[in-house]
Design a protein around this ligand. Sequence first.
Ligand code: GDP
Ligand code: MG
Length: 163
Amino acid sequence: MSFTLAIVGRPNVGKSTLFNRLVGRKLALVDDQPGVTRDLREGDAKLFDLRFTVIDTAGLEEITDDSLQGRMRRLTERAVDMADVSLFVIDGRIGVTPSDETFADILRKKGARVILAVNKAEGKAGDAGAIEGWSLGLGEPLRISAEHGEGMDDLYHMLLPLQ
Ligand code: GDP
Ligand code: MG
């Protein structure tokens, strides 16, 4: 039996970078269809010897108007419903934003199983963000760098029991 992981969080925190790292190819480019917004991307993930399905919440970056909040909420809820566990990503260099708090509320209200990931934490860059992350009330923040592949061993250990 395998499991499904949903990567959620506000735009620009590094969700797609992590998705691409786990899936191992640039699925977004491969599948790009002009005129079609691909809201949720699904791929076969590999993390050391773990195999699972991963969902990326995409298609949010292009929208700048007031519909963004509602749209993010609906997409996030859909992804979380499809998943066994959600990886909630925040930007460790920026710390916790009001938008992050909105996402945390959505996840808490849904009673979702959540792992909090503090991304862009290569070197010591995410230290302050990781400490701030505790305030979201979602347990211990996991420091990762999607771009540089740091923290993947810790993520592996968090996901192992779900296998
Ligand atoms: P998304 O909107 O959440 O899917 O975020 P993206 O994956 O598109 O990444 C947003 C930006 O953050 C891009 O410029 C990435 O190169 C950058 N980024 C992603 N992960 C990391 C990381 O681990 N460290 C740093 N320094 N930058 C990152
Ligand atoms: Mg993205």
